[in-house]
Design a protein. Structure first.
Lengths: 415, 654
């Protein structure tokens, strides 16, 4: 236990000090941390899923508070919660399937479901099916109305406990934890391979002699472009340097070393060059549920320029960047101001500060992120394929359960 | 621009002297020009002041007549009181007596300051001098015109003022000048004949301008008030006023003769196609002639083959070494060329002034070779200087305009003039160009633009523009409460210089880089931008990044105000920033000063496939521009071609 605590604290500190760069690394570390939290969590005999959920939530809350702007952490926490719920549900359905074979022992269920006396196990199964599988016509037909089905799914954690008790307690407890850890491992796997899955689609989007513009540096973009290059497509890339971090230099060097025709331009030249560009491909920091993106600073300008010249603005994002929240005033609330020293040398301007007492004042604004509204985005390419901005909310709904949107513990759930 | 407009112009080839553009009273009779009482000395029609003050929001009056009128106004002793009264109906008090010149004058300082002291890199004193001279009534005449919603060619006014203010001019010279305007008198019957019957094309042009003017008027609002203290307190220039009077008179009368250029000339006036650097043979030819040894850059950007891409940094020491053995280029020009090359002089106005002053020097030392005419030989000489300067750094459009001015002045020199007279005349012409087209124009722009600043505004500017700086400082001096956001971009970081100057003056500043412009734009209420040139399709050609800033402002519904002197307007059109541009040294992109951690691109030249592109300018589409503030007033971008047409010909250049 102390082991986990120190791990959590370490990670929180790193987040607070902004030591971890890139949402992919953050997501991966967060997932690994949560995995160890789960594995160390002692599972009680009853209410195992709730216990796990509460433990993850407690840690998740801390992590999110450490760096609220790093949305990937919150995403991962929510996804792990979702995994726990899903695993629990699938165990429940498995249990019910077992119950149906021996229908004598479900008296407990009848007690719980007084309101739906006729369909006890079948209703649970149907509800479970509807959440786990895409809705088919059959499920729609045989199912109870959705309003009735919903309470089942949401409270499935609770009442499945009841059933599990009756089936076999000890083995199931271990099984849930085991399944959850398996699933989290899969998630980690997904995060680290999302590049490849996105890059696989490169050939479908980049054709011969294309001119592509990007800003700053993103590993996803690098892999995407290189994947197209490996498929013998030859095209040119303009890289805007992405002040004040100048990651574009890095990307350009990498691209050139892999044999792509690369031209570095200043950020100010984006508007001048965009008229000769066929496609803008950028990475994002986070994708919001409305289809807007939180992206490195400067991308809003690029997106506007692309819109002006009707150049497709394509955003590459791994699924760990999909955030189920809707942004409100994201330019300010989901942003971070970095050190002025990246823009102005304090030593040079210290005398101005002196004279500032006479009335003039000097502020330096150095934001980290830009918000690009969904109407400026033409296409999202995620590891599951290409999507429209207007579809993102649905895609996101696949990854998260509605209960977890607010990670903060509600006082009632603890019981 | 469009064929239907151009074609008829050839028909009415003797272009009427009196081309009117703008608003006229519905009842303003065409014979207004005759309504003025016959005056033996000034029979020119009265300035459309009466009509202008009452109704026209924006008016682009024909320059010559205006100037005549001002002579009348500004010389109370000559003008009869009755006449002054009649003109003064509109309530604009142009006839205020000439006030003694304020002690500090832009131009006289300029003359003293010598090389590039005025618009020098710090530019600090510039703003101060100019701004501080305002309260004392810097150029109220023009400002007052503005208040009466009349756009006035500053150039004309100031010419006159020079004459007027030199109070010491003996009567004889005044008579001389009278002769000058008498020369114009002769011409008026001509204009009167054509006046009452505007052709279809004229009417059409008029309509178009009216439409444009209406838009401008809307921006203008109604600021009909505005006390004026004096007429043109511009102090006397030390340089030979008598000479100048003579010249203008002569030049004016000369112009009269050839005022309507035949079709062939008109065609010649169309801008020459630029040198395309992907044209092998021409590049070879140019290279053989050139003084500066250029080596082709290694990693050239394919898209910009048509622009010169040379190695930077190698020419300067080479040229410096040759400083003493290069007789064809005058040392002053040579020095300016080196300064361009090293980047010591940058910024449109500074470069233009430096060049003009170098030419002044060169003309001063010029000797006409035996059996050659001054006109031809000097033009050739200037051309060779210009091509040298181009080798150092491609000309800006404003410099092109200035060169065109000099050449036309040389061509206009009467053959009767002796060599020394011709030289002094040219020198004073250049002097006048600097003071009126650049310095005074900036003052007028400040006067106009400052009315657009209100208390509580947050003004955004990009890079460092002289006009914008002067506007901000003047508004600050007027006690307006506002905040300035300075957006800057690599690699030049000129905004830092501006920031320093503004903060030292006590303004509240916020500094950020261009990527953050969408972040900061939410709090901004107005965007003030400078421009390197405004092209006749309304495209604003300016420091790279300006277009991005304007675009973001446009997207956030923030008005974009472009401040640009009219001498930078050009009849060329351009749709993108690629066809014609200037490429800077790519090396400055790879190293980021002050950031030791950013060293990813060291040795980039050895990496195959990697190019660095350092664009200098970009072209901002006209729909981002809410308003262009120029010395002829505040106009929408659609009015630029009108100004170019009305004033772009030689007559603008006084």
């Amino acid at each position: 236990m102390p082991d986990v605590h120190s791990l959590v604290n370490d990670f929180v500190n790193q987040l607070k000090k902004r030591k971890i760069e890139g949402s992919q690394a953050t997501a991966k570390q967060a997932a690994e941390l949560l995995r160890s939290v789960i594995s160390q969590q002692r599972v009680p005999q009853t209410n195992q899923a709730t216990a796990l959920i509460n433990a993850v939530r407690a840690v998740g809350e801390k992590l999110i508070a450490a760096n609220p702007v790093e949305l990937a952490v919150g995403n991962i926490v929510r996804r792990v919660l979702h995994i726990i719920r899903e695993e629990d549900l699938s165990l429940a359905t498995a249990a019910i399937a077992g119950l149906e074979l021996s229908p004598g022992s479900d008296d407990e269920d009848d007690v719980e479901r007084d309101d739906y006396p006729v369909l006890s196990a079948a209703a649970v199964a149907a509800a479970a099916r509807s959440t786990l599988r895409p809705p088919s016509l059959q499920t729609l037909l045989e199912d109870t109305p959705i309003s009735a089905a919903n309470p089942h799914t949401s409270s499935s954690g609770g009442d499945s406990e009841g059933k599990s008790r009756s089936v076999d307690k000890s083995s199931r407890g271990r099984k849930l934890k085991h399944d959850v850890i398996e699933a989290v491992n899969e998630l980690i796997q997904d995060i680290s391979t999302c590049y490849e899955q996105i890059a696989e689609q490169a050939v479908e989007h980049i054709h011969q002699n294309e001119v592509i513009l990007t800003l700053g540096s993103s590993k996803t973009v690098l892999e995407f472009l290189c994947a197209a290059k490996e498929k013998k497509r030859s095209f040119k890339v303009f890289v805007a340097e992405g002040a004040p971090r100048y990651q574009g230099h890095l990307l350009a060097k990498e691209l050139a070393s892999r044999g792509l025709q690369t031209t570095v331009i200043t950020d100010s030249a984006v508007f001048a060059m965009i008229s000769r560009v066929n496609m803008v491909i950028v990475g994002a920091h986070a994708v919001m549920a409305n289809g807007g993106i939180i992206a490195p600073v400067g991308l809003n300008m690029v997106a506007l320029a692309a819109e002006r010249h009707a150049v497709p603005f394509v955003v590459l994002a791994g699924s760990h960047k999909l955030c189920p929240l809707y942004p409100h005033n994201p330019e300010v609330l989901l942003n971070e101001l970095r050190s002025p020293s990246e823009l102005l040398d304090f030593g040079e301007f210290s005398d101005c500060m002196d004279s500032a007492s006479g009335g003039g004042s000097l502020h330096v604004v150095n934001p980290t992120f830009d918000y690009v509204p969904p109407k400026l985005v033409s296409l999202f390419i995620t590891d599951t394929g290409g999507h429209n901005p207007s579809y993102m909310y649905r895609l996101i709904a696949d990854y998260y359960s509605a209960d977890d949107l607010v990670v903060k513990r509600r006082p009632a759930t603890g019981s | 621009m469009d064929p239907p407009r151009r074609a008829p112009r050839t028909i009415i080839d003797p272009v009427p002297k009196f081309r009117q553009v703008g608003f006229f009273a519905p009842g303003a009779p065409p014979e207004r020009s005759q309504s003025g009482p016959p005056d033996p000395t000034h029979s020119s029609p009265p300035i459309p002041n009466t009509s202008a003050a009452s109704l026209s929001p924006v008016m682009i009056p024909p320059p010559r007549h205006l100037s005549d009128n001002l002579i009348i106004h500004a010389r109370p002793s000559v003008a009869s009181p009755r006449r002054a009264e009649s003109i003064n109906v509109g309530g604009s008090n142009c006839d205020a007596p000439v006030s003694p010149a304020p002690s500090s004058s832009y131009s006289s300082r300029f003359a003293v300051g010598g090389d590039r002291s005025f618009f020098d890199g710090k530019g600090n004193n510039v703003g101060k001098v100019v701004a501080s001279s305002f309260p004392r009534g810097g150029f109220d005449l023009t400002a007052m015109k503005v208040n009466a919603n009349v756009v006035v060619p500053a150039s004309e006014l100031t010419t006159v003022s020079v004459v007027n203010d030199s109070l010491g001019i003996p009567e004889k010279e005044k008579a001389n000048k009278g002769g000058g305007s008498a020369g114009e008198v002769k011409d008026h019957p001509n204009s009167k004949q054509q006046k009452p019957k505007p052709t279809k094309a004229e009417r059409r042009a008029l309509q178009e301008a009216q439409r444009a003017a209406k838009a401008a008027a809307k921006g203008e609002g109604n600021k009909a008030s505005g006390p004026t203290t004096s007429v043109n307190a511009k102090p006397a220039k030390a340089v030979k006023p008598a000479q100048k009077v003579d010249n203008t008179a002569v030049a004016a009368s000369e112009k009269k003769g050839g005022d309507c250029p035949p079709e062939k000339d008109r065609k010649k006036d169309a801008p020459q196609p630029r040198m395309q650097y992907d044209d092998q043979s021409r590049v070879e030819k140019a290279k053989r002639r050139s003084v500066v040894k250029q080596t082709e850059a290694r990693n050239r950007v394919e898209l910009f083959r048509h622009l010169p891409q040379y190695e930077h940094g190698s020419q300067l020491p080479d040229l410096e070494a040759k400083f003493f053995d290069l007789y064809p280029v005058h040392p002053a020009v040579y020095k300016v060329g080196l300064q361009y090359l090293s980047g010591d002089i940058s910024g449109g106005n500074d470069r233009c002034i430096a060049m003009l002053q170098a030419f002044q020097e060169a003309i001063k030392d010029y000797k006409v070779p035996p059996e050659k005419s001054l006109g031809r030989d000097l033009t050739a000489k200037i051309s060779s200087y210009v091509s040298f300067l181009i080798e150092c750094r491609p000309l800006s459009i404003s410099m092109g305009n200035a060169i065109r001015f000099i050449k036309s002045q040389i061509a206009k020199l009467p053959l009767t003039l002796s060599e020394s007279e011709a030289k002094t005349s040219l020198q004073s012409d250049i002097e006048r160009f600097i003071s009126e087209k650049i310095i005074l124009a900036n003052k007028v722009i400040v006067k106009h633009a400052v009315t657009k600043i209100r208390d509580g505004d947050v003004l955004l500017t990009y890079g460092s523009s002289l006009a914008v700086e002067m506007i901000l400082l003047h508004a600050h001096e007027l006690g307006k409460q506002f905040r300035v956001v300075i957006v800057d971009s690599r690699p030049k970081l000129r905004g830092q210089h501006l920031l320093r100057r503004l903060v030292e003056k006590g303004l509240n500043c916020t500094y950020t880089h261009i990527n953050a412009v969408s972040y900061i734009m939410h709090e901004v209420t107005r965007v003030f931008l400078g421009a390197a040139s405004v092209l006749s399709n309304g495209t604003v050609y300016s420091r790279v990044g300006t277009a991005s800033v304007a675009m973001v402002a446009h997207a956030s519904r923030v008005p974009v105000i472009v401040c640009c002197e009219a001498y930078k307007f050009h009849e060329r059109v351009q749709l993108d920033s690629i066809c014609s541009n200037e490429l800077g040294d790519p090396d400055v992109i790879s190293n980021v000063p002050g950031r030791e951690d950013v060293k990813y691109l060291d040795g980039w030249a050895n990496i195959e496939n990697l190019q660095l592109l350092n664009l200098i300018y970009d072209a901002m589409p006209s729909d981002y521009v809410s308003m262009i503030v120029t010395d002829y007033g505040m106009v929408p971008p659609t009015s630029v071609p009108v100004i170019v047409r009305e004033y772009g010909r030689e007559q603008v250049w006084i």
